[in-house]
Write a protein that binds this ligand. Sequence first.
Ligand code: FES
Length: 242
Amino acid sequence: MENIITIDEQMIPFKTGQTIMDAAMEAGVYIPHLCHNPEFEPHGSCRVCVVKVNGRMMSSCTTKATAGQKIENNTPELQENRRCLTQMLFVEGNHVCPGCEKSGNCQLQAVAYYTEMLSPRFQHFYPYRELDPTHPDVIIDFNRCILCELCVRASRDIDQKNIFAMSGRGIKAHLIINSPTGKLGDTDLNVNDKAVQVCPVGAIIKRKQGYMNPIGERFYDQAPIDEMGDIAEPHAGAKHHD
Ligand code: FES
């Protein structure tokens, strides 16, 4: 059988070994995702990319494409699940988009727009989380972290520095800094490190660059995320706007 899957009735070719997400990205078909970045091994933690494969819910970033799979992606049921997950992320942290330098360049915000999230639905946790402004070039704001672990993976696998790590489990899981004081200023993080570039939200941001890219001219100001793809890694097949 040919290497073809169908996503919402559209025939999509894939190469052996590719995941459903890989094949979809290559074909320019958007499946929402937050913890996935094609430069890294799939993580499978955010569940935003869950699709129905032959009637069963599976995460598309970790499920291998197999010839003949019939996949549902853009359906009211799946969009509702994704909206619910996005709402949970918004209430679990302190995401105040109008005051965030990443607004317009943020995948969480863009997925919220894509899933037509209009309210938080759940009660806000309003957790107390501190900012770490101790590094001269980078700020980390734990209020905005969505635990995708992209900075952990980038620092470990590409920067070879292991600056970030996860601690705790379940609702207590949180990002920590590997340094004697636990502060970013006591690490050898460089502003050009991959770990700084890869944050999909406003948790890790560069200092001294506020509003260099004005609101209205940011990545997702041009078009919704299903057309633009990831800010760090736009879809090969996504429509791009000048
Ligand atoms: Fe697949 Fe997060 S993108 S689980």
